[in-house]
Design a protein around this ligand. Structure first.
Ligand SMILES: Nc1ncnc2c1ncn2[C@@H]1O[C@H](COP(=O)(O)OP(=O)(O)O)[C@@H](O)[C@H]1O
Ligand SMILES: [Mg+2]
Length: 315
């Protein structure tokens, strides 16, 4: 089985004199999930449309499994499932009926259609709804049917454009769980999102784009390390107010600690350099100080910080 790959080579799209995508070079290969992250208007949808031949590049190439998407569309898109502009499913249809029509259009052999539809619906955990009318479904359920439609031809590559956009929190978390479970198959998933926490939750790697330009392509942990210069933060909650002298004299001098900030009497932010071992040792040292530690957790804004720093650098 070939290694799935998608590649942009000097890929650009101009609308008039405006570059929506500018000289993008990016190669992703192997079975993994890569987040395509960037603020609104960054050029994510435009890029994905060039990867599916919905629009033509102004210059450069979009390649899938080595085939140019525009000049060798059939070979390039044969093993690709795409969800770009979510289609409305006719409300009086059932998932079986709607997917049957799509399977036919996609050229799934007629003898395989029923099986493929059932498998695809199981993958998005909607099998028990197979013969119910779509009109009664929540937005999240409809989106899961749309995701099932991308799976009908059993693709090795999935291109998903903001799959949780416009859903309520429950729908978003359902769709995220589904995308996570799709990862376990031998697939390359390339999923755009403007939501950082979504990408860090689901994906192994991230390609970040802003103003049509690629800013970084790396693993999520490397990205954080690169931007934070190896510096990490934990937030510490205390049961009782802490004496400022203990903060400045004792805690700041613990091995690995770089600086300590008192957010208020009972909350500290500790910056340290190092990984999980250092994080563990600092906790054990704090407990020994008998200052009333009741919570200890990494600052959740790490990736957010990284993202903002990177986006700012390109302004
Ligand atoms: N058909 C079009 N004509 C003119 N400008 C467009 C067109 N499509 C997208 N753009 C512009 O290109 C930029 C990138 O858009 P898009 O790829 O949709 O961004 P994203 O998906 O990251 O939010 C935006 O500034 C958008 O207004
Ligand atoms: Mg978009």
């Amino acid at each position: 089985m070939i290694n799935p790959s998608i590649e942009a080579v000097n890929l650009s799209k101009q609308f008039g004199s405006f570059f929506a995508v500018s000289n993008l070079n990016l190669k992703i290969e192997g079975s993994k999930c890569v987040g395509f992250l960037g603020p609104n208007g960054a050029g994510k949808t435009t890029t994905l449309k060039m990867f599916t031949d919905l629009i033509r590049p102004s210059s450069g190439e979009a390649l899938i499994n080595g085939f140019n998407v525009h000049t060798h569309k059939k070979e390039a898109l044969e093993s690709v499932g795409t969800l770009i502009e979510t289609p409305e499913i006719y409300p009086s249809l059932t998932p079986r009926e709607a997917l049957m029509m799509i399977a036919e259009i996609r050229g799934v052999p007629s003898r395989d259609r029923n099986n493929r539809i059932e498998e695809a619906l199981s993958e998005v955990r909607m099998k028990e709804w197979i013969d119910k009318k779509v009109g009664k479904f929540s937005k999240g359920m409809k989106q899961r049917i749309c995701i099932a439609s991308t799976l009908l031809s059993n693709p090795r590559i999935l291109l998903l454009d903001e799959p949780s956009l416009g859903l309520d929190p429950r729908g978003m978390s359902e769709v995220r769980d589904i995308v996570k479970s799709l990862k376990n198959k031998e697939r390359l998933i390339f999923m755009s999102s403007h939501i950082l926490s979504e990408v860090s939750d689901i994906c192994d790697e991230v390609a970040m784009i802003d103003h049509g330009k690629l800013i970084i392509y790396d693993t999520i942990s490397n990205l954080i390390a690169r931007v934070s210069d190896g510096e990490n933060i934990v937030e510490v909650g205390l049961q009782r107010p802490i004496d400022t002298r203990i903060v400045t004299k004792t805690i700041t001098n613990l091995p690995g600690v770089y600086s300590t900030e008192k957010k208020d009497d009972k909350n500290l932010r500790i910056r340290f350099t190092g990984g999980l071992e250092v994080q563990e040792r600092i906790l054990s040292d704090l407990v020994k100080l008998n200052i009333g530690v009741i919570s200890y957790r990494p600052a959740s804004s790490e990736l957010e910080d990284a993202y903002l720093k990177l986006v700012k650098r390109t302004l």
